[in-house]
Design a protein around this ligand. Structure first.
Ligand code: SAM
Ligand code: SF4
Ligand code: SF4
Length: 371
C-alpha cells in the first residue's frame, strides 16, 4: 500500500475576532442566519484530547506525544461555558451536546452538567442535554453523569468484531468494555441511547449487519454515519465512503425496513424502522445527501471559538471577548451577529466545489470543534 502524505497545518492559530456590533441585537429567542436557518443546537467540545486514535478522526501518526494539545489555560472554564450557553439560549438554543475529543476525559464534567441542567429556555423548559462518547469510561461515570442532570448519551462503536474494533480505535480497546459502558448507561437511565457507527468501506462494512442484529429489539437506535472528509489529517478518500443507500440495501437483504418521519426539524439522521416493530436505525449521510438546508447547529471549540460549520476553516474568538470586560449584552450581540452572517453549507456544495476549495488543507479537526 502506498503511503498517504497528509499536510498538517494548525488552523487553531487563525481565529476571527468576534466584533460587538454597534447596534445591539436583542435576544428574542429566535435568530436566523443568511439562509433563514434558526440557531437551536449548540455542540460544546470540552477537551481536544482522547484516549482512542480512530484513524478517521485522530490518526496516530499525527496525534502522537508531540501533538500540541491545548494547554489548560486555553480551555474554557466551566463558568465561561455556562455563561456562553445562557447567552446562546437567549437566541433560541434548546439542545446542548457535550463532545470533544473524548468528553469524559474532562475532569469533573459532572460539575459542568450540573450548571447547565439548571438553565431554562425562554419558554421555561429544561435544556435537552446529551453527550457523545466513545463509551470507554461510562462504566465508572454513567451514574454520576445522570445524577448531575445528563439526559442521554450517544455512544460511538464501529463494530462488534473485537479485532476490527481494536484496529479502528487503534489503541487496542476491547468491544466488551464499550458494550459494558452502554449497559451502564442504560442501567443509569441515560436513554434512549443512540449508537454511532462510522462506516468505512473495506474496513468495517462487514460489521453493518452484525451491529444491526445486535441492537435490534434492544431500544438502542443504531446510526450509520458516512465517513466524512472532516479535518485535514485523516487522508479521506471517496472510495472509502460507503453510501447510506448501500447500507440500507444490506439491511433490506435481512429485514423488511420501513421509512419513518423525522423526529424533529434539523434532525441529521434519516430514520428507518424494522417492519416487525423491533426498533429503528438512522443514517447520517452528510456525503451523499447533504442536510445543510436545515442545519441549526453551532459549535463551540474547546478554547471558546464559535464555528458555524463542521468544515469551517476559522472560528470566531468568543473567549477573548468574555475574558475582556464585555457585558452579557455585548457578548450576546456579538454571537448573534456572527450567526446572522452565516451562509455555510459545505456538504451541499461539496460536489460542485473546485478541487482546491474542496481539499482538506485548512480545516480544523473534529476532535477540536466536536462532532
Ligand atoms: N470521542 C467521542 C466519540 O467518539 O463519540 C466524541 C467526539 S467524536 C469527534 C464525535 C463523533 O464523530 C463520533 O461518533 C465519531 O465516530 C464521529 N466522527 C469522527 N470523525 C469522523 C469522520 N471522519 N467521519 C464521520 N464521523 C466521524
Ligand atoms: Fe476519539 Fe471520538 Fe475521535 Fe475516536 S472519534 S478518536 S473516540 S474523539
Ligand atoms: Fe451544517 Fe456545515 Fe454540515 Fe452543512 S456541512 S450540515 S452547514 S455542519
Amino acid at each position: 500500500m502506498s503511503e498517504r502524505v497528509i499536510p498538517v497545518v494548525d488552523q487553531r492559530q487563525r481565529a476571527l475576532i468576534a466584533h460587538v456590533p454597534a447596534m445591539p441585537v436583542p435576544a428574542v429567542g429566535h435568530l436566523l442566519d443568511r439562509l433563514h436557518r434558526p440557531l437551536r443546537d449548540l455542540r460544546i467540545s470540552v477537551t481536544d484530547r482522547c484516549n482512542f486514535r480512530c484513524s478517521y478522526c485522530m490518526p496516530k501518526g499525527v496525534f502522537d506525544k508531540n501533538y500540541p494539545y491545548l494547554p489548560q489555560s486555553d480551555l474554557l472554564r466551566f463558568e465561561e461555558i455556562e455563561r456562553l450557553t445562557r447567552l446562546f439560549i437567549g437566541h433560541g438554543v434548546q439542545k446542548i451536546r457535550l463532545t470533544g475529543g473524548e468528553p469524559l476525559l474532562r475532569k469533573h464534567l459532572e460539575v459542568l452538567i450540573d450548571k447547565l441542567a439548571v438553565l431554562r429556555t425562554r419558554e421555561g423548559q429544561a435544556l435537552d442535554i446529551t453527550l457523545t462518547t466513545n463509551g470507554s469510561l461510562l462504566v465508572q461515570k454513567a451514574a454520576t453523569l445522570k445524577a448531575a442532570g445528563l439526559k442521554r448519551v450517544t455512544v460511538s462503536l464501529d463494530g462488534l468484531d473485537d479485532a476490527v474494533f481494536r484496529a479502528m480505535n487503534d489503541v487496542d480497546f476491547p468491544v466488551a468494555d464499550v458494550l459494558a459502558g452502554i449497559e451502564a448507561a442504560h442501567a443509569a437511565g441515560l436513554g434512549p441511547i443512540k449508537v454511532n457507527m462510522v462506516v468505512k468501506r473495506g474496513t468495517n462494512d462487514d460489521q453493518i449487519v452484525p451491529m444491526a442484529r445486535h441492537f435490534r429489539g434492544t431500544g438502542v437506535a443504531l446510526r450509520f454515519i458516512e465517513y466524512m472528509d472532516v479535518g485535514a489529517t485523516n487522508g479521506w478518500r471517496m472510495d472509502e465512503v460507503l453510501p447510506s443507500a448501500e447500507v440500507l440495501q444490506r439491511l433490506q437483504a435481512q429485514w423488511t425496513m420501513v421509512p419513518l418521519a423525522p423526529s424533529a426539524s434539523g434532525e441529521t439522521a434519516q430514520r428507518w424502522g424494522y417492519a416487525d416493530g423491533q426498533g429503528e436505525v438512522g443514517f447520517i449521510s452528510s456525503v451523499t445527501q447533504a442536510f445543510c438546508g436545515d442545519c441549526n447547529r453551532a459549535r463551540l471549540s474547546t478554547d471558546g471559538r464559535l464555528y458555524l460549520c463542521l468544515f469551517a476553516t476559522q472560528g470566531h474568538d468568543l473567549r477573548q471577548l468574555i475574558r475582556s470586560s464585555a457585558s452579557d449584552e455585548a457578548v450576546s450581540s456579538a454571537l448573534a451577529a456572527i450567526w446572522q452572517g452565516r451562509d455555510d453549507r459545505y456538504s451541499a456544495l461539496r460536489a460542485s466545489l473546485p478541487p482546491e476549495a474542496s481539499g482538506s488543507a485548512g480545516r480544523v479537526e473534529m476532535s477540536y470543534i466536536g462532532g
